[in-house]
Design a binder for this molecule. Structure first.
Ligand code: PLP
Length: 303
């Protein structure tokens, strides 16, 4: 991939936040972004890193009407040694390709996209926070840009990556959060797009989150779409329970987002010799374990 790089003049750069404890999540974006175009005949082309700016879209762009929009989320961290680290970035682009295949969108070359990301992060290296708990959030996104109204896969797309400094995802930081188990709404059904980071999944989750927030809860715990019985995910994270020294997480299989963090937790726990199970777990099993005192921990995993 040949990337044209158009750096902004130093006098055009934004003022960076000074207080890293007040970053919040997803509110601040850096000076530059990466983007490239796709057309059926040309494949991916016109890769560029340039000043962060508005996109120009036809109002009939397919992504605005039929939801061909997928994204990813990962982070760059500044290590104690001052070096910058990405956490398993190739896994994010592989997962994006799975989302793309499901929504009939073009796939990316994983290696060259990781390289494009590295170039962007290096150009924006001063935006990577220095304090513990803060990092540079990375949002790769692919949208269908072809202008037509009709339910079929578009022939034109853009892929872009924006980045920005963030603190903890939850406003409570890293302290415990109150979780609402919804029996009314479901996030995904077998055969659907639950395993994709597709925009529509998040729009569909908003009402349950809103109702949970009105009741004083931070996030929604989703149960399966058929019996409303088995635990699936919590908010936009995977979920784990430690019961009787068994680390349990629901199995992948279509309705659950295959988290990179989930996979890392499983790998580390197995390496530590813990008893690890990817198995169905009903909300009743969790409640019973809680009553009996065998529920030792419950946590969410996500970037
Ligand atoms: C992104 C996401 C996760 C977590 O994935 P990570 O790769 O660990 O960040 C889990 N569930 C949903 C619904 C998600 O969107």
């Amino acid at each position: 991939m040949n990337i044209k790089i158009e750096r902004l003049n130093p006098d055009k750069l934004k003022t960076k936040p000074t207080d890293e404890s007040q970053l919040g999540f997803g509110k601040i974006f850096s000076d530059h972004f990466f983007h490239m175009k796709y057309a059926e005949k040309q494949g991916w082309h016109d890769a560029v890193i340039e000043g962060y700016r508005d996109l120009c879209l036809d109002p009939a762009a397919v992504c605005l009407h039929y939801g061909q929009l997928i994204f990813e989320g990962l982070k760059a961290y500044r290590g104690k040694d001052g070096s910058l680290y990405l956490f398993r970035p190739a896994d994010n682009f592989k997962r994006m390709n799975d989302s793309a295949a499901r929504l009939c969108m073009p796939t990316l070359d994983v290696n060259s996209t990781v390289n494009a990301l590295k170039q962007l992060v290096l150009i924006e290296k001063e935006w990577v926070p220095r304090s513990s708990g803060a990092s540079l959030y990375i949002r790769p996104t692919m949208i269908a840009t072809e202008a037509f109204l009709g339910v079929k896969a578009a022939a034109e797309y853009i892929f872009f990556i924006i980045v920005g400094p963030v603190g903890p995802y939850y406003p409570q930081g890293f302290s415990p959060t109150k979780i609402f188990v919804t029996e009314e709404y479901v996030r995904a059904a077998q055969g659907g797009i639950g395993y994709c980071k597709a925009a529509g999944n998040y729009a569909a989750s908003l009402l349950a989150s809103k109702k949970a927030a009105e009741l004083g809860y931070t996030q929604v715990l989703w149960l399966d779409g058929v019996q409303h019985k088995y635990v699936e995910e919590v908010g936009t994270s995977n979920i784990f329970f430690l019961i009787n020294d068994e680390l349990i997480t629901p199995p992948l299989g279509g309705t659950i987002l295959p988290g990179v963090t989930r996979d890392s937790v499983l790998e580390i726990a197995r390496k530590w010799g813990m008893k690890v199970s990817e198995r169905r777990i009903s909300i009743d099993e969790v409640m019973d374990a809680s009553k009996k005192g065998t529920l030792q921990e419950a946590f969410a995993s996500g970037t």
